[in-house]
Design a protein around this ligand. Structure first.
Ligand code: FEO
Length: 400
């Protein structure tokens, strides 16, 4: 079973035995420009325990890393914190190779795993708060339903004060470095935000509840080991603060203009609105969908206090790129936003009305009926766009 891959020591008792996916660029609609890792962890207790596995095609890489520490057949237990395929795709093969005596998952996890796989072993359910003795070490399980699947849980290793947090506090970032303090801080801050915006944002009320409950659990964390990206051993308090802020989405002086354009008329309107916003003191992300991915829009909107949408009218409707991006964004449930719509048209001009309805359906508070410009916007229309930008900036200031 030995191969070219090696484990990385996390503590004297725990090894990272995951896989690096350098080529991953699309994670169910989320553009992962820096690839990702699937993190699995080997706990070398009396009962040798593997926490999570990896995506199916990376099973051999994980088994090779495990074999650099012990023969996989020596694994006694496997814990499945989260059933999504990027962490369980390799589970059936790992069970066949390692032949563990037990596989554990949350009560819901047992059900989900039975829907995903025909495993060679009955999975044992663990309750919220339950502990598992590994002989000389102890694991305890905290269920975190809907963070971000119904069966999700996290596992705490008391002796080493490690929280195996599955997707929570993770990010899509392929690297040879395994720890937060080995990577550029601005890169991990950017990727952690993008991960939160694209995966966890809809569950923000649950995140807030979880963060408030953490101090009451009486646990201390030296290391937080998620299933994607770096292991937190230095800056965990920073990501806790970031999560708290992102979950709240407090009003800010940032605005996002999301638009597409047919013959550049809506484009020049967007740029005039941008200038008005900047003049009013807002910082602006102007995001033409011809060159912007929806997952970057999601990240920008999470940081913003205003969302301004633009589309020309096409066949009595809105541009397909806007419809696609807004379907994605609506599902992520951003909140505390004000907004407005704009767009050019030739002869019917329904797009702005559709955009207004779309914004209202996302609980965005409209501060204008929107601006329509016939064919090519004239000086008067562009002045209205600039004024709209300034008005949005003023409203953002009032909300701070
Ligand atoms: Fe990394 Fe929800 O899977």
């Amino acid at each position: 079973m030995k191969g070219p891959f090696k484990a990385t020591k996390v503590t004297d008792n725990v090894y990272w035995v995951g896989a690096i996916d350098w080529g991953m660029r699309n994670f169910h609609g989320y553009q992962t420009r820096r690839g990702t890792t699937y993190n699995a962890y080997l706990v070398m207790a009396d009962k040798i325990t593997l926490i999570d596995t990896v995506k199916g095609p990376f099973a051999d890489e994980m088994l090779s890393r495990i074999a650099s520490v012990i023969e996989p057949e020596k694994i006694d237990y496997i814990i499945s914190n989260h059933a999504e395929f990027d962490h369980t795709g390799a589970l059936p093969r790992t069970i066949q190779v390692a032949k563990p005596t037990k596989v554990f998952a949350s009560v819901m996890g047992v059900k989900v795993l039975s829907n995903l796989f025909d495993l060679d072993i009955d999975v044992t359910p663990v309750k919220n708060g339950e502990s598992l003795s590994l002989g000389n070490m102890n694991l305890s399980f905290i269920h975190t339903p809907m963070l971000h699947w119904p069966e999700s849980m996290v596992t705490y290793l008391a002796e080493d004060e490690i929280l195996f947090s599955q997707d929570a506090f993770g990010m899509h970032l392929a690297s040879t470095e395994r720890f937060d303090d080995e990577l550029p801080y601005d890169v991990i801050a950017e990727e952690a935000a993008k991960y939160y915006a694209n995966i966890l944002l809809p569950f923000s009320p649950l995140i807030t509840k979880l963060l408030k409950s953490l101090p009451t659990l009486g646990l201390s964390f030296k290391i937080v080991a998620p299933t994607h990206g770096p292991i937190w051993r230095k800056s965990f308090s920073d990501i806790l603060n970031w999560y708290s802020n992102w979950a709240e989405q407090q009003p800010s002086m940032r605005a996002v203009i999301v638009y597409d354009t047919m013959w550049n008329s809506t484009d020049i309107m967007a740029r005039a609105i941008c200038d008005g916003l900047a003049e009013g003191g807002a910082s602006v992300s102007t995001m033409p969908l011809g060159s912007t991915h929806r997952s970057d829009v999601a990240t920008a909107v999470m940081h913003a206090g205003a969302l301004i949408l633009g589309s020309p009218t096409i066949n009595n409707g809105i541009f397909p790129s806007i419809a696609e991006t807004m379907t994605y964004l609506k599902g992520l449930k951003p909140k505390n936003l004000i907004g407005a719509a704009f767009g050019s048209f030739g002869w019917s001009g329904e797009a702005v009305g559709h955009l207004n309805e779309l914004l209202k359906s996302m609980n965005v508070r409209l501060i204008s009926d929107g601006i329509k410009a016939s064919y090519v916007p004239n000086a008067d229309a562009l002045e209205k766009c600039r004024a709209l930008g300034k008005a949005v900036a003023e409203r953002l200031k009032e909300r701070l």
